[in-house]
Design a protein around this ligand. Structure first.
Ligand SMILES: [Zn+2]
Length: 86
């Protein structure tokens, strides 16, 4: 309905529901130790992306590099390294 009848309305997802969904999926797995870390990372990404969806995606995906001990990469557009000190 928003897409067809209200094209001028900019729709954004509710972060609380997104984090809840990610946590629910992670809690269904056996590895629950990462639940808090990953949900904190998602909150951090949303709160520091300044509304930039591409930056949000790059920040969110950075956790995949970080958890395998890779802190710089080329496969992103706006974020090419972790934000912690290297
Ligand atoms: Zn890192």
């Amino acid at each position: 309905m928003l897409r067809e009848d209200h094209k001028t309305i900019k729709h954004e997802f509710d972060l609380w529901h997104i984090v809840k969904g990610v946590k629910k999926r992670m809690l269904q797995s056996r590895n629950t130790e990462w639940v808090r870390t990953v949900s904190n990372h998602l909150w951090y990404c949303v709160c520091t992306c300044d509304g930039d969806a591409l930056l949000l995606k790059d920040k969110w995906m950075s956790i995949l590099h970080h958890i395998i001990n890779v802190h710089e990469w080329l496969s992103a557009e706006k974020m090419l390294k972790c934000e912690h000190e290297l």
